[in-house]
Design a protein around this ligand. Structure first.
Ligand code: MLT
Length: 304
């Protein structure tokens, strides 16, 4: 039996899997052999003497001190793909939100006072105030063609968009998952210069931190809409605010609100809901629990 400490609320199916295999699981477990975490930041935790593995129920591992784990022989697992469909669905919503003024329109409707105005008549006025273009026929640029990027690219195609993809590390699996109609961009700069809608799907690491900076934003197609459902620090938010002010970017849809972004027109900030569906939470928890149990029981390091 292993002792597994949980951080955050982990879907019941993941906990049940570990308990069914005889492990002790919970937030109060001391001197754990393994840790199961969702988004809690573990950078500063002290590793107990028994710790052998940390499993993240999610794709990104930027909340786990990976270098320290490597130095101290603690194996880190994550669950790429486990929540890809949920993220893709929210990106599709983000495309629509960036194009049609749905949020502003809904907020305006709520301000109408039926005691004072004829709501039906006022709504007619709203039709012209809150219009916005179709996304079909426009060009979508997808940066990063992993599990989520490929799904987003294929969703763009099924919505009638012309899709360009950029990924210097395109894996064979991702290449097979891509529709033949996705164009390969020669460089990140080419993609930014060409696309009306740009969605970034890369992990946050030393190579990608701040990859969308002032210089790249300056070279982006005027009025492009930018979507970030990956991590806040991929984008220099001060540079993004400036790009929104000067009209280089018309809308920034992000699942990672930061202080610098709040209150700026053109920002649509979502409270990190990409993977917040019961389906994704269950998939991620089961996958993470399975990997951790296999490793703690038999030393198997099996990655999905
Ligand atoms: C991920 O990295 O896959 C997400 O951040 C998961 C989550 O929202 O917990």
């Amino acid at each position: 039996m292993a002792r597994i400490q949980t951080f955050n609320k982990i879907a019941a199916e993941g906990i049940a899997l570990l308990e069914a295999r005889g492990h002790q699981v919970g937030p109060d477990v001391h001197d754990p052999d393994g840790i199961l975490v969702r988004s809690a930041k573990l950078q500063d935790i002290t590793f107990g003497p028994s710790l052998r593995g940390i499993a993240r129920a999610g794709a990104g591992v930027n909340n786990v001190p990976v270098s320290r784990c490597t130095e101290e022989g603690v194996v880190v697992f994550n669950t790429p793909g486990s929540n890809a469909n949920s993220v893709k669905e929210l990106v599709v919503a983000g495309l629509m939100l960036s194009s049609r003024k749905i949020i502003e329109g809904c907020q305006w409707v709520q301000t109408l006072d039926p005691a004072k105005v004829d709501v039906g008549k006022e709504v007619e006025a709203g039709k012209s105030a809150f219009g916005g273009p179709e996304i079909a026929g426009k060009r979508l640029g997808v940066i990063g063609l992993g599990a989520i990027g490929v799904m987003v690219a294929n969703a763009g195609i099924s919505l009638g968009m012309e899709v360009a993809g950029y990924d210097p590390y395109l894996s064979v699996n991702s290449a097979w998952g891509l529709s033949r109609s996705v164009l390969r961009a020669t460089s990140l700069e080419a993609l930014l210069a060409d696309c009306d809608y740009i969605s970034i799907h890369v992990p946050l690491n030393d190579e990608t931190r701040g990859v969308i900076n002032a210089d790249r934003l300056n070279k982006t197609k005027k009025g492009a809409r930018f979507l970030n459902f990956s991590r806040d620090a991929l984008v220099d938010d001060q540079a993004m605010v400036k790009a929104l002010k000067d009209g280089t970017i018309s809308t920034y849809v992000t699942d990672f609100p930061t202080a610098a972004l709040l209150g700026n027109p053109g920002v649509i900030a979502i409270p990190h809901l990409g993977a917040s569906t019961p389906e994704a939470e269950t998939n991620s928890a089961i996958m993470a629990a399975q990997q951790l149990a296999d490793f703690l029981e038999q030393g198997n390091i099996k990655h999905s």
